[in-house]
Design a protein around this ligand. Structure first.
Ligand code: NAP
Length: 296
């Protein structure tokens, strides 16, 4: 069963992301009530057809589906507590970024209020909401997700990750780790290029080509992590540790801080010291998880 277009929805939180979510619901034709702590952000949404609630409790009373997008878990909990008497029977989809444990704790509390909890992780920036490429991760109350899946699809592709409410946050934060690793590497690279007198703009296409080629390695890397067969495939950790030393030495010589890169060098060096010089990059996952990959 999925929700028909005329069932009322509410959005709590009209920051940059909440405004985008509410706008997507309105654009898809859903009767939408919005609430925000400060009144300013609701004005444009009211002009676009939203009803504006005077309190979080009023907004929750108006929507069978309550979408929450606030600053953090602490704010979310306090706002929902204000609305607690009206939560029974509601589906509450929390799209506020948080940890898996925060998601599980909030889900238990929502169940105690008689609500159906779904936690979500938005893999998009506000301008991408409702556009191709945006996707949102969900986990928690499966019946509630299935009931509202078509409405949630207004935001982007809806990915279901199971009934453990923490799974959306696990995957959200893991994807952010991958993203920040890439951006951090690119920022360091750009600092080197600028220090050497080159324009970052000229370097970007070269970096894009290189990173795109390296993205093709991810499935094989993942398979090696799962199997524990850390085949170097011609790029041993010993070789990589030696090259990485050059990266840091050259950065220092050019006056570029190596703070973003040093932890990777340390990990490579430790893996080699523990007898993994002939292995491939996938062996590092064992070290990251705190285990001794192989007795030295
Ligand atoms: N923006 C992105 O690119 C992006 C992408 C993915 C996920 N997210 C996640 O989406 C969530 C919202 O992000 P955002 O970009 O919309 O942030 P934002 O623009 O900073 O908005 C924060 C929201 O939280 C509200 N708020 C803050 N403190 C409050 C308090 N003490 N009581 C009540 N309301 C309070 C703000 O209300 P006021 O307007 O009254 O201050 C506003 O509605 C975050 O968890 C973020 O990690 C954002």
């Amino acid at each position: 069963m999925s929700a028909p277009r005329d069932r009322p929805v509410s959005v709590l939180g009209l920051g940059a992301m909440g405004r985008a979510l509410a706008g997507a619901l309105l654009a898809a034709g859903h009767p939408t009530t919005v609430w925000n702590r400060s009144p300013g952000p609701a004005v444009a949404l009211a002009e676009a057809g939203a009803d504006v609630a005077g309190s979080a409790a009023e907004a929750t009373a108006a929507g069978e589906l309550v979408v929450v997008c606030l600053l953090d878990d602490d704010v979310t909990r306090r706002v929902l507590e204000q609305a607690a008497p009206g939560l029974a029977g509601r589906t509450v989809v929390n799209l506020t970024n948080g940890t898996p444990e925060q998601a599980r704790r909030l889900a238990r509390w929502l169940v105690a209020q008689g609500a159906r909890p779904v936690d979500g992780g938005i893999m998009a920036v506000p301008s991408m909401i409702g556009e191709p490429g945006a996707f949102v991760l969900y986990s928690g109350a499966q019946d509630a997700f299935l009931d509202w899946r078509d409405v949630l699809a207004s935001f982007g592709d809806a990915h279901w990750l199971g009934t453990d409410p923490g799974q959306a946050a696990v995957h959200d934060l893991a994807l952010l780790a991958a993203m920040y690793g890439m951006f951090g590497g690119f920022l360091h690279a750009t600092a080197m290029i600028r220090a050497a007198g080159g324009p970052a703009g000229g370097f970007a296409p070269m970096a894009t080509g290189w990173l795109t080629a390296m993205l093709g390695e991810l499935p094989a890397l993942a398979a090696a992590v799962d199997s524990g067969e850390h085949d170097a495939d011609g790029s041993s950790l010993r070789m990589q540790a030696a090259s990485f030393g050059n990266l840091l030495t050259a950065s220092r010589d050019m006056g570029v801080d190596g703070g973003l890169m040093r932890p990777i060098r340390d990990l490579l060096d430790e893996a080699v010291a523990r007898g993994h010089g002939d292995d491939g990059l996938s062996a590092l996952v064992g070290l990251l998880r705190g285990g001794l990959v192989r007795p030295a």
